[in-house]
Design a protein around this ligand. Structure first.
Ligand SMILES: [Ca+2]
Ligand SMILES: [Ca+2]
Length: 292
C-alpha cells in the first residue's frame, strides 16, 4: 500500500526533544503484552554498540558512530546547533564540525534527514557501524535502536528511564519515495485494523520510535551480521496523534539514498588515491554549504 495514496490525514512528529537539563534518555514504545526485558536486552546487544546519545544545541536524540571520528545522525538534530555532544559508554565527545544534508528541508516525507558530526578525537574503543550494501531492505526485519521515550502501544510514549532499547518490525512502510525513505507500522496484537502496511501480525519485539530516537540506527541482518540500513527520522500517525501508540508509523532515511552525500564528506570506505583528492574538494564544498 502506498502511503500518500490512501488519502489519510497525517500527523507528523520529529523525534528530537528539547531538554533544559541534558540527561540520558531511553528508547521506543513497546508491545503492551511483551515484557520490556526483551527490548532492553536487544538494545544492549554488542551489535548496536555504535548507537550513542547525541545532544545538539536544543535537542536530545541519538547518533551512530560510522568511522572513528564521525557520527551520523538526523539533520533535524543539528538545526539551531553550532556544536553537538556525543556520549558513548559514559564518555562525552564534543564535535568540531556539523554538516546537514543540503537536501533537508524540514519535512520528513521529503527525505534527506541526515546529518554528520565530526570529532577531532577518535573513538577507537567502539567498532563503527558498517553500512548495509545489499538490495533494498523492503520486507526485511528492521532492528530500530535508540534512546527515546518509552511506553506501550496502548499508552504511547510516556517516560524516560535512561536506557537503550531496540525493537524489530518488518520494513514495509512506503511513502512514495522508496529510494530515500522507508518505514514500518506498529502492529497491534489486539486489533488488526491498526495495520496500514503489510501484515497485521506484530513481530515478537514489535515497537515504534518515540521522541529522543531521532538519529538512532535501523539495522538489518545479512549473513548473521547486523548492518546499518537507515537513520531514524520521524513518527507518522493516521489517528491524528503521532504519540507512538499502535498504528503509528516509524519513518527512516535510507543509507542507500544518502550514501553519495555521506561519502562526499566522510571517506567510508577508504577511497583510492585518485578519489581522495576528489573527496577532499567535495568536503570543502560540503563544509561551506552544510556547516551552520
Ligand atoms: Ca502492518
Ligand atoms: Ca497515534
Amino acid at each position: 500500500m502506498k502511503f500518500a495514496k490512501v488519502g489519510m490525514v497525517l500527523g507528523l512528529g520529529l523525534l528530537a526533544f528539547t531538554t533544559v537539563h541534558p540527561r540520558a534518555a531511553c528508547g521506543a514504545t513497546i508491545r503492551d503484552d511483551v515484557p520490556d526485558s526483551g527490548y532492553l536486552a536487544l538494545g544492549a546487544d554488542a551489535a548496536f554498540a555504535s548507537v550513542g546519545l547525541l545532544t545538539g544545541g536544543l535537542y536530545t536524540g541519538c547518533g551512530i558512530l560510522i568511522a572513528p571520528n564521525w557520527v551520523l545522525t538526523a539533520a533535524h538534530m543539528l538545526d539551531f546547533s553550532s556544536s553537538a555532544t556525543f556520549t558513548l559508554n559514559g564518555t562525552a565527545y564534543t564535535s568540531t564540525e556539523l554538516y546537514r544534508n543540503p537536501g533537508w528541508n524540514g519535512d520528513v516525507l521529503n527525505g534527506n534527514d541526515f546529518g554528520l558530526v565530526h570529532f577531532t578525537s577518535s573513538l577507537t574503543a567502539i567498532p563503527p557501524a558498517q553500512f548495509y550494501a545489499g538490495p533494498t531492505e523492503t520486507n526485511l526485519t528492521g532492528t530500530f535502536v535508540g534512546y527515546g521515550f518509552t511506553g506501550t502501544g496502548l499508552t504511547g510514549w510516556k517516560t524516560l528511564d535512561g536506557r537503550k532499547r531496540a525493537f524489530q518490525n518488518t520494513i514495509d512502510g512506503d511513502f512514495d519515495l522508496p529510494t530515500l525513505l522507508l518505514g514500518a507500522d506498529f502492529d497491534n496484537p489486539g486489533n488488526a485494523a491498526d495495520s496500514l502496511f503489510g501484515s497485521a501480525t506484530p513481530l515478537p519485539l514489535e515497537g515504534c520510535v518515540a521522541p529522543g530516537d531521532s538519529g538512532g540506527g535501523v539495522f538489518v541482518q545479512q549473513g548473521g551480521q547486523y548492518y546499518l540500513a537507515g537513520v531514524i527520522s520521524g513518527v507518522l500517525a493516521t489517528d491524528g496523534n503521532p504519540n507512538s501508540d499502535y498504528g503509528d508509523i516509524t519513518a527512516y532515511g535510507r543509507i542507500a539514498g544518502a550514501l553519495p552525500w555521506i561519502n562526499s564528506i566522510v571517506s567510508v570506505p577508504e577511497p583510492a588515491a585518485g578519489a581522495l583528492l576528489l573527496a577532499a574538494g567535495l568536503a570543502m564544498l560540503g563544509y561551506r554549504r552544510g556547516k551552520k
